[in-house]
Write a protein that binds this ligand. Structure first.
Ligand code: PMT
Length: 434
């Protein structure tokens, strides 16, 4: 679809500029030619040399370069393209585009063009939500600019929410969509991330008054003072769920094993190491309305933890005798009525016959729903940024498409809110100004 298409990629100065390099690769793989223009601040994040090496074209940076103008003037450059893509589109460049400024090469190209423009915003969540940015986005939409993203997630600054640039392959999909159908006079937002970006401006507070526990991350089971048994869980999925429930107004306690993630804002976070600590922390927080168990809890620990570092003896390696850890999900699902949460959601991490195993787990653990995910080699579910899940309930299975982990979390939070508000629930996301 992109074979022979000419893309002019405008790279503005944000931390996501590094993803523009992958975007160039992906576009060229698909047969598109990519010319690039960079703002001065973009050059603080990636060099014109890397951009030029990957695109195989000279990079335009300087509005007043006589050589550039002699080779191809900026008007010609902006008109020669089939599509202009601004990625990352910072708050600053969106503001300048909305104002019609032409104070550097990038904005001059954007003002001089008569070609469609697609922007992939990337900025801090508060900058994205700022009325000035939203005003500029609205103006640009009226001017016919299409948007992809921003996505929800953790940001380089440690905050969480919409502001992450769409992934390179999502941008490629948005570009392909531009070529797949005739472009309307006023381009609409590109689905799905673009629509979400506008809708997510105001998230319904439909879990206000509800209390939730979410577990996340791995557990570490000590062998001796320096060694432990663990797994590859990063906590990304569990943390995203805690944040998504809090975003809808729930009072959330996140009980997490050791992870390299910041605590989600607005969530009470309890840090634990071993399964038994996670078990106690969860029970301490009861009663709650909702419990979601996304942690990859070690099923076993060593029966007797050595008090000193186990030494090599030169004989046979030591044999570790294992003992079973308490099953937190099962214990909370089957606890007395007074303390059992109204809705208990477990996960099932499987490497084969995922749904069938999850259905068995639903019955054996006594929970209400299971989110089943394939964690076999090559899926990248453990530690990765996306996940393909199946929502297994008594008598039904919903297969969700591959989504980013924050999108899985948002969808789960939406389903939970619907569960509590009944079948005639209002739409979860309230559109603003549209
Ligand atoms: O952390 P990420 O890198 O983002 O990866 C996400 C994930 C793959 C860890 C997550 O999506 C996931 O699948 N979590 C559950 C992992 C797991 O331990 O699955 P399981 O099938 O072994 O356990 C079934 C359920 O019982 C889970 O809800 C688990 O939290 C719970 N359990 C298991 C053992 C135990 N002792 N106590 C428990 O509560």
């Amino acid at each position: 679809m992109l074979k022979g298409k000419r893309i002019l990629l405008v790279i503005s100065g944000g931390i996501a500029a590094y993803k523009a390099l992958e975007l160039i690769r992906r576009l060229r793989e698909r047969g598109a030619s990519v010319r690039c223009a960079m703002t001065k601040s973009a050059e603080q994040f990636v060099t014109a040399l890397s951009v030029s090496s990957l695109s195989g074209e000279k990079v335009s940076t300087d509005l007043f370069s006589l050589t550039d103008e002699a080779e191809m003037g900026h008007i010609e450059l902006s008109r020669d393209a089939d599509l202009i893509v601004v990625a990352p589109a910072t708050a600053n460049i969106l503001a300048r585009m909305a104002q019609g400024l032409a104070d550097d090469m990038a904005t001059t190209l954007l003002l001089a063009t008569d070609k469609p423009v697609l922007a992939a915003p990337a900025m801090n969540v508060r900058m994205w939500y700022h009325p000035a940015t939203q005003r500029n986005v609205e103006q640009l939409k009226k001017d016919g600019v299409a948007f992809i993203g921003p996505n929800d997630g953790e940001m380089a600054c440690g905050e969480y929410g919409p502001g992450r640039m769409a992934e390179p392959l999502e941008i490629v999909a948005a570009i392909e969509a531009q070529f797949g159908k005739p472009l309307p006079k006023h381009l609409t937002l590109v689905e799905p991330a673009g629509k979400r970006a506008v809708e997510a401006l105001q998230i319904a507070q439909d879990l206000k008054g509800k209390r939730a526990i979410v577990t996340s991350g791995p557990t570490y089971e000590a062998i001796d003072p320096v060694r432990y048994i663990a797994n590859r869980s990063s906590g990304k999925q569990g943390h995203a769920i805690a944040a998504a429930l809090a975003a809808r107004g729930a009072e959330v306690t996140l009980v997490t094993g050791p992870v390299n993630l910041p605590d989600p804002p607005g969530v009470k976070t309890v840090h634990v190491e071993a399964a038994r600590d996670m078990f106690s922390a969860c029970f301490l927080d009861l009663p709650v309305d909702i419990a979601v168990f996304a942690a990859a809890v070690a099923d076993w620990r060593v029966a007797v933890e050595a008090s000193q570092k186990i030494k090599k003896t030169g004989d046979l390696p030591p044999v570790l005798k294992l003992a079973e850890n308490p099953d937190i999900l099962r214990a909370i699902s089957t606890t007395d009525k007074k303390r059992r949460p109204a809705l208990v959601v477990g996960f099932a991490a499987e490497t084969e016959t995922v749904v069938a195993h999850a259905q068995k787990k639903l019955a054996s653990k006594g929970c209400d729903w299971i989110l089943a995910n394939d964690v076999s080699e090559g899926t990248g579910t453990f530690g990765g940024d996306s996940n393909t899940v199946h929502l297994v309930t008594q008598g039904s299975v919903e297969n969700w498409p591959r989504l980013s982990k924050p999108e899985v979390a948002a969808r789960l939070a939406e389903r939970i809110a619907q569960h509590f508000s009944g079948p005639k629930s209002k739409p979860v996301l309230v559109k603003k100004g549209s």
